[in-house]
Unconditional design. Structure first.
Length: 121
C-alpha cells in the first residue's frame, strides 16, 4: 500500500506512508507540494520544500470526530527515486519526534537492502 501511495507523488524523490491503527483502520498519504500547514513551521526548523508523507498521514487521522487513536499503531514508509531505485526511508529527526509524540509503536521502512523494522514507542 505504501508503494501505491508513493506512486502518486510527483516529487523526484517519492515517499509513500501508510498508518495502520490498532483498531485496523488504514490511512495513507504521500509527500505533497503543500507547504502551508502550520505543523511545518512549528516542527521543522528548516524550509521544508514539501509536506513529509509521515506528517501528512498522521494529520489525516481524525481522533476528535471518529475517535481514532494513533497510539500503538504501525507506520509503513516506502521511498524510490525518479529512476525507480529503492532508497532508505527512515524518517527525518523532526518527523521521528512527531511520530513518537503520536504514539506510533512500530516503523517499517525501505532501506538499501530491503526493509528495516524499528520500534519507537
Amino acid at each position: 500500500m505504501a508503494y501505491n501511495e508513493m506512486n502518486k507523488s510527483v516529487h523526484p524523490t517519492r515517499f509513500g506512508a501508510v498508518l495502520v491503527l490498532k483498531n485496523g483502520k488504514v490511512f495513507s498519504s504521500h509527500n505533497k507540494d503543500s507547504k502551508s500547514h502550520p505543523y511545518l513551521k512549528k516542527h521543522y526548523p528548516f524550509y521544508a520544500v514539501s509536506m513529509h508523507a509521515e506528517l501528512s498521514v498522521l494529520l489525516s487521522v481524525n481522533s476528535y470526530r471518529f475517535g481514532d487513536d494513533t497510539k500503538n499503531s504501525t507506520m509503513y514508509i516506502y521511498r524510490e527515486d525518479k529512476h525507480n531505485v529503492i532508497k532508505p526511508a527512515r524518517p527525518c529527526p523532526y518527523c521521528m519526534d512527531i511520530i513518537r509524540d503520536a504514539g506510533v509503536k512500530k516503523l517499517v521502512y525501505t532501506y538499501w537492502d530491503g526493509y528495516r523494522v524499528e520500534y519507537v514507542g
